[in-house]
Write a protein that binds this ligand. Structure first.
Ligand code: ME8
Length: 546
């Protein structure tokens, strides 16, 4: 995830199937992308964040039929549920994809027409084992396992040949491998984490052409241009969303910067092989060279995270019915606040190569240790003392050394920012959050060592007390700027208490900030009114656990 020189940043999530309501897994990927998008806006980057829903799947029309609704009606209901959940969770996506939107359908039709014309999509024949009772094709291995009989009624499967459209994936094998190699050479692998790359590369070496259409969808889907009998396979339709929603004069520069695609490992193959091959193929068509431009080749990447699993280790999924659904998510937000959920998911989630168990105990522990006892407590403690000893105004002296104790935060800050930037660039979220907390802990330890509450008893030492508290509030201001992508609401509340409400003003409605300037030491002017306010994160009593 590298920001190109022009400071443009484009981040996406998968578009989610609307056969059912959203769950924690969907919220997670969108939340991760949101934290990253906010970080880039905070830096001042021209940022575009896209999420949305994938509608034309057979499982959507099947589910609709169960409820006696049209696929569109069912998709509308669930798309609204996804949109509503994301809005409630204050996701800052710039647009929301619906693959049933006219804009998307028109663009996909244009792209597939171009590919038909160039010959990279061609008409062919699909030969496979057909279960007539079930009206479906059975993959070769499954057919073989069942002795070429129907799993359902035991009747022999029939070998059936059907007209189909194919994409010439095989033709792009070498180009894909060369692309992977170039990116590795440049030190910016296309697939991350690195560990996931090998399985993909090995599969690319053997990739064959893939069918990209189907019949019998009952009209639910985008027709293959010039052949109303066939609809474009849902995965091809879906992958194109990353392009259809930015393919206009206002947004095309986001595409050119090279997207960061956040996904989970379940859908890596489509993103790691089929997606870049489709882009390569489209770029060879008249008027589409920009689709595979330099910025795309250098910066586009696929970050494939692991799963949230239940405490017994099963993947959380709709089909297993063990996911945290919107109601359970609401409960967490009600009990702990939205920022607490954001913080927990972003810092303790399965971003790397191992799955994370969603544990209510761990949630409470992290909430209390990082948010209530560290950031929240430090903000209250320092604001309270400023209220008590300095008439609730920022004290004027900020010497680094008080009572023989040197305040280290100022030097630390110089290394925190570059460290956070490179961590974000590597899609590491726990690191930058922890860096900010290290700064907060530095404040706590400085207070423990200098004991301003004791010094304040001696009127002659009031300047020292001022120096300590002035340093502390300044360090907390900087920590709050660094924490904003994770816990925006609480940071904004804190800013309004310390005279920094203008940060929030600037960031409002997806505006951009000035991270570098805001984390410079010594900006809180002496005499700035400091409000105490309620605890930002009230401590949670463990026996009350949700
Ligand atoms: O695959 N842990 O949609 P989908 C973490 N429409 N993340 C999870 C998760 C879990 N247990 N379960 C789901 C599709 N996710 C296609 C995508 S994109 C062009 C088309 C998240 O509704 C994760 O991001 O099955 C995963 O990749 C995605 O939801 C799959 O969502």
């Amino acid at each position: 995830m590298t920001t190109p020189a022009d400071n443009t940043f484009y981040v996406t999530t998968p578009i989610y199937y609307v056969n059912d309501k959203p769950h924690l897994g969907h919220v997670y990927t969108t939340m991760v992308a949101d934290v990253v998008a906010r970080y880039h806006r905070l830096r001042g980057d021209d940022t575009f964040f896209l999420t949305g829903v994938d509608e034309h799947a057979a499982k959507v029309s099947d589910k609709a039929a169960e409820y006696d609704l049209s696929p569109q009606e069912w998709a509308d209901q669930n798309a609204a549920a996804f949109r509503g959940t994301f809005e409630k969770l204050e996701m800052t996506n710039n647009d929301f994809v619906r693959t049933s939107s006219q804009r998307h359908k028109d663009k996909v039709t244009e792209y597939v027409s171009a590919l038909l014309k160039s010959g990279d999509v061609y008409e062919g024949e699909y030969v496979g084992w057909y279960d007539a009772g079930q009206e479906e094709y059975v993959p070769e291995n499954k057919a073989k396992d069942n002795d070429y009989k129907s799993e359902v009624n035991g009747k022999p499967l029939v070998k059936k040949t059907e007209k189909n459209y194919f994409f010439k994936l095989e033709k792009y094998r070498d180009d894909l491998l060369a692309f992977y190699a170039e990116r590795d050479l440049a030190g910016k692998g296309y697939v991350q984490p690195e560990a996931r790359k090998n399985e993909v590369v090995n599969r690319i070496k053997e990739a064959n052409d893939i069918p990209i259409s189907r019949t019998g969808s009952g009209g639910w889907g985008i027709p293959v241009p010039g052949d109303e009998e066939q609809t474009i396979y849902v995965w091809i339709d879906a992958l194109f969303n990353y392009l259809t929603y930015v393919d206009d004069d206002e947004r095309r520069h986001y595409w050119a910067s090279g997207a960061t695609h956040f996904i989970a490992k379940d859908i890596l193959w489509f993103h790691a092989a089929i997606w870049p091959a489709l882009q390569m193929a489209l770029s060879k068509c008249d008027g589409y060279a920009w689709v595979w431009g330099e910025g795309v080749q250098q910066n586009q990447l696929v970050y494939s995270h692991s799963y949230w699993v239940s405490e017994s280790g099963e993947k959380m999924s709709k089909s297993l019915g063990n996911f945290l659904d919107p109601a359970a998510i609401d409960n967490y937000v009600e009990e702990f606040g939205l920022d607490a959920l954001r913080y927990f998911l972003a810092t303790r989630g399965p971003l790397g190569t191992t799955d994370s168990a969603f544990s209510p105990d761990l949630f409470v522990e992290v909430y209390n240790s990082d948010l209530a006892n560290t950031f929240g407590n430090s903000c209250s403690r320092v604001s309270n003392m400023i209220g008590k000893y300095f008439d609730a105004k920022t004290p004027s002296r900020q010497d680094a050394k008080v009572q023989g104790v040197t305040f280290n935060a100022e030097t630390q800050i110089q290394s925190i920012l570059p460290g956070s930037n490179s961590a974000f660039n590597a899609c590491n979220l726990a690191g930058p959050a922890n860096n900010a907390l290290i700064l907060v802990r530095e404040v706590d330890s400085y207070i423990e060592k200098t004991e301003p509450f004791k010094l304040a008893k001696d009127p002659e030492k009031i300047d020292d007390v001022g120096a300590v508290l002035g340093n502390c509030i300044e360090a907390l201001r900087i920590a709050s700027v660094l924490l904003w992508p994770f816990i925006p609401d609480k940071c904004e509340a804190f800013w309004s208490r310390i005279g920094c409400g203008h940060y929030a003003e600037q960031l409002k409605d997806n505006g951009t900030g000035d991270l570098e300037a805001w984390v410079k030491w010594g900006q809180l002017k002496p005499g700035t009114p400091i409000e105490k306010g309620e605890a930002l994160f009230p401590r949670y009593q463990v026996e009350k656990k949700p």
